[in-house]
Design a binder for this molecule. Structure first.
Ligand SMILES: Nc1nc2c(ncn2[C@@H]2O[C@H](COP(=O)(O)OP(=O)(O)OP(=O)(O)O)[C@@H](O)[C@H]2O)c(=O)[nH]1
Length: 363
């Protein structure tokens, strides 16, 4: 090994379909001494990122590439991001880092990124061959693999596959499917919220053990692949009524189900002292997390939607209308009917007054 090769930094590409658990795993990694001194590049769909706000709490060197998908429209941005990271590091403008983690968007085919990392001169000279860790949703994974070509490509590219959400009751038929798709990758079943990191990422995956991994295939992707999928970020100046939001979200998922690929929000809820993190992937709504503090000075709520075949403006209009109606109706307004708790959604968990739903939301 030459002196130059010895300086090449390990790089992990963290991929996985929307909502599978990439950011959860990334946050765990960055909190671990094994991954101290990591620089992070996060590629998020949409103009306003949520992930980086959460991840920035655990790492100082986070670079975000919003607004496109790393596998198609912004490949040049990867090269620029790398250049800037190394320039800033060499000039002492950011803390020195000894490894790099790149989190792709949930709908990225990672192959073009891997090609870029191999052929870009800066990457080729400063980075070791990438190690690909693919997170597969333990509940939705099999369905997603059957319908989303990018999800299959993510699994195919993996050196290590982490199957998340074991605690929620994983689909037992998923592992054999993953084995068929990629017999070479190590596979782990995990509860990303609770398992020790060492159990999630076995020895092969840990920092420092990345050299000599795999050769990737040339890309065949075209940018039109994501034609039906759009992301949209809502920034909400005013605090939301939690009950109205829960009812609205339940109706939205009930009505538009599989075409709501992902919802992620940092919500400013009336009466709450900190933000509430909200996640759903397709029809699965995760329990909201009450955070103690906002990641920065901006206290406005923001919700990112990744949808297929839906006009994002309609979502925005209907939420605003719904929330406004809830506020006008108020507790004693008496204009709305009562929803049973089940229809009101597990979020609210109590009977709620239903504001008038826009026709677009009705089934
Ligand atoms: N119970 C449980 N929840 C999990 C697990 N892994 C992830 N989650 C939850 O799943 C939701 C989505 O996780 P994220 O880490 O944001 O998923 P992601 O892959 O980064 O999503 P995108 O950025 O949209 O692609 C969050 O509410 C997590 O807390 C797990 O193993 N168990």
């Amino acid at each position: 090994m030459t002196g130059r090769t010895a300086e090449r930094l390990p790089v992990v590409v963290l991929t996985g379909f929307l909502g599978s658990g990439k950011t959860t795993l990334l946050s765990r990694m960055l909190a671990s001494p094994d991954f101290a001194d990591s620089a992070v590049i996060i590629n998020e769909l949409g103009d306003v990122g949520i992930d980086q706000d959460l991840v920035r709490m655990t790492s100082e060197t986070v670079m975000v590439m919003p607004g496109g998908c790393v596998c198609c429209s912004i490949r040049g941005d990867v090269e620029r991001a790398l250049q800037r990271l190394f320039d800033d590091r060499d000039a002492g403008r950011i803390p020195p880092f000894r490894r790099l983690v790149i989190e792709t968007t949930g709908i990225a085919d990672p192959q073009p990124l891997l090609v870029t990392l191999r052929v870009n001169p800066l990457a080729a000279s400063r980075l070791a061959p990438a190690m690909v860790v693919t997170v597969v949703d333990g509940i939705l994974g099999r369905d997603t693999l059957a319908t989303e070509v990018e999800a299959a490509s993510q699994v195919a590219a993996a050196d290590a596959i982490v199957v998340s959400k074991r605690d929620l009751g994983q689909d037992e038929a998923l592992m054999p499917v993953l084995g068929d798709l990629n017999p070479w990758a190590g596979r782990r079943s995990a509860n990303l919220l609770a398992d020790p990191l060492g159990a999630i990422l076995d020895g092969e995956c840990r920092a420092g053990a990345f050299l000599g991994h795999f050769a990737c295939q040339p890309s065949t992707i075209s940018s039109s692949r994501h034609g039906d999928i759009r992301s949209h970020c809502l920034v909400l100046d005013e605090a939301l009524d939690w009950t109205a939001f829960g009812v609205w979200m339940s109706m939205l998922l009930h009505r538009h189900g599989r075409n709501i690929l992902r919802v992620k929000g940092l919500l400013n809820i009336e009466g709450a002292s900190g933000p509430v993190a909200f996640h759903s992937a397709q029809h699965v709504v995760h329990p909201p997390q009450h955070l103690t503090a906002w990641p920065g000075d901006d206290r406005r709520g923001r919700i990112v939607f990744i949808v297929r075949k839906i006009e994002p403006a309609l979502i925005e209009q209907s939420l605003k209308l719904f929330d406004a109606t809830a506020k006008v109706t108020g507790d004693g307004g008496g204009r709305g009917g009562y929803l049973p708790a089940a229809a009101g959604g597990s979020i609210a968990g109590r009977p709620v007054r239903r504001p008038t739903a826009p026709r677009w939301l009705k089934g």
